[in-house]
Design a protein around this ligand. Structure first.
Ligand code: FES
Length: 138
């Protein structure tokens, strides 16, 4: 809200955060502090961005991350029950806000690959074969 009000002028921090996460797999606090100093932006602005967007992580990512949308379109389409059941402890299951796939609700994403059915993608991610072949599922 403060950014919209012009309190945080300057370039978007999203590309910087994505670059750190691509390089390290997550956003460690020391990197956020360094980014705040380098960009001369308040740390709480950066922490606000990190906590708002579900794809930003402050801890190392699991091998398989299954994100299920819990917002209105997906809820109306019958999301959650059964979509994320039955996976082992090596699969992180999280409910997240809109994944931008409302047109194919209920929406899920496996390791940030959008999908309508999780099982095949979770298996591919567990085997380390989730890649370009699965990038246009859904
Ligand atoms: S409400 Fe679920 S993807 Fe938009």
């Amino acid at each position: 809200m403060e950014a919209r009000a012009g309190r945080f002028p300057g370039p978007s921090l999203i590309p910087e955060l994505q670059a750190i996460q691509s390089r390290l797999g997550c956003l460690p606090r020391a990197e956020l502090v360094a980014l705040a100093r380098r960009m001369r932006r308040p740390l709480y602005e950066i922490e606000g961005l990190v906590s708002f967007y579900p794809h930003f992580r402050t801890e190392a990512s699991p091998k398989v991350a299954l994100h299920a949308c819990r917002d209105l379109s997906c809820w109306l389409a019958g999301s959650a029950p059964g979509l994320t059941d039955g996976y082992g402890p090596d699969v992180e299951v999280r409910e997240v806000s809109c994944l931008g796939r409302c047109d194919t609700a209920p929406a899920i994403a496996v390791n940030e690959h959008p999908a309508r059915a999780a099982a095949a993608l979770v298996a591919a991610a567990s085997e380390g074969t989730l890649g370009a072949a699965h990038s246009r599922v859904g």
